[in-house]
Design a binder for this molecule. Structure first.
Ligand SMILES: CC(C)(COP(=O)(O)OP(=O)(O)OC[C@H]1O[C@@H](n2cnc3c(N)ncnc32)[C@H](O)[C@@H]1OP(=O)(O)O)[C@@H](O)C(=O)NCCC(=O)NCCS
Length: 177
């Protein structure tokens, strides 16, 4: 039986978190760093279970995104991956549906950085490409993050957004977006 379950990081035991990390290592073919995994913690996870085996993972964590003079409470989606042999069966969509409910209920917007191959997956769900310049609030101030321009998608909820304006993320180790 296949089911999607959501849980806060605090509700998941170390064996489950370890299995989710192993699944993501395989789904991203070794490109998942310790920082990437750390970014996925501290919020709500959606896990697809096949029996007692996780075959899909995604999570949403809170970040502040600066836009039009506001520090917007944002649900930032991280670590979206489905086992390579289980793709195109609706599991990714089911996880996103669960997390989008969290975003719509708790945040001013949703945001995420898409890999090239997943951009159509998010666009098909109504996530909108951020067309404007991106930047990060680094320890020495706001600095452009050109290499992420064109990678960021948002799910508008309550915030008034100008998708061609500047969007600045808060600071963290590893990939800032
Ligand atoms: C992206 C990913 C999570 C999608 O998971 P999935 O379970 O295969 O997605 P779904 O079956 O729910 O797909 C739903 C719809 O999204 C779209 N979609 C999904 N994968 C797609 C792809 N590779 N290219 C284009 N559209 C895609 C399709 O419209 C699809 O509907 P359809 O199968 O009826 O045509 C999965 O391909 C994956 O794990 N990729 C590797 C890791 C990765 O890149 N993660 C994203 C990080 S930002």
């Amino acid at each position: 039986m296949i089911e999607v379950r959501t849980a806060h990081t605090a509700e998941l035991d170390s064996a489950t978190l370890g299995a989710a990390r192993a699944l993501l290592d395989a789904a991203f073919e070794g490109d998942m760093t310790d920082d990437d995994w750390e970014h996925a913690l501290g919020g709500v996870h959606a896990l697809v279970w096949e029996g007692d085996e996780p075959i899909g993972h995604a999570s949403v964590v809170q970040r502040r995104l600066l836009h039009r003079g506001r520090a917007l409470r944002s649900g930032y989606v991280e670590a979206v991956g489905v086992h390579a042999n289980r793709r195109r069966r609706g599991h990714g969509a089911a996880m996103m549906e669960a997390l989008e409910r969290v975003v719509r209920g708790a945040y001013a917007l949703g945001a995420l950085a898409a890999t090239g191959e997943a951009a159509d997956f998010y666009a098909a769900r109504g996530w909108q490409l951020w067309r404007g310049p991106t930047s990060a609030l680094k320890p020495r101030g706001i600095q452009r993050t050109e290499k992420h321009d064109g990678d960021i998608y948002v799910l508008p909820v309550a915030a008034r957004l100008d998708l061609s304006g500047e969007l600045t993320c808060d600071w963290r180790d590893g990939n800032v977006w």
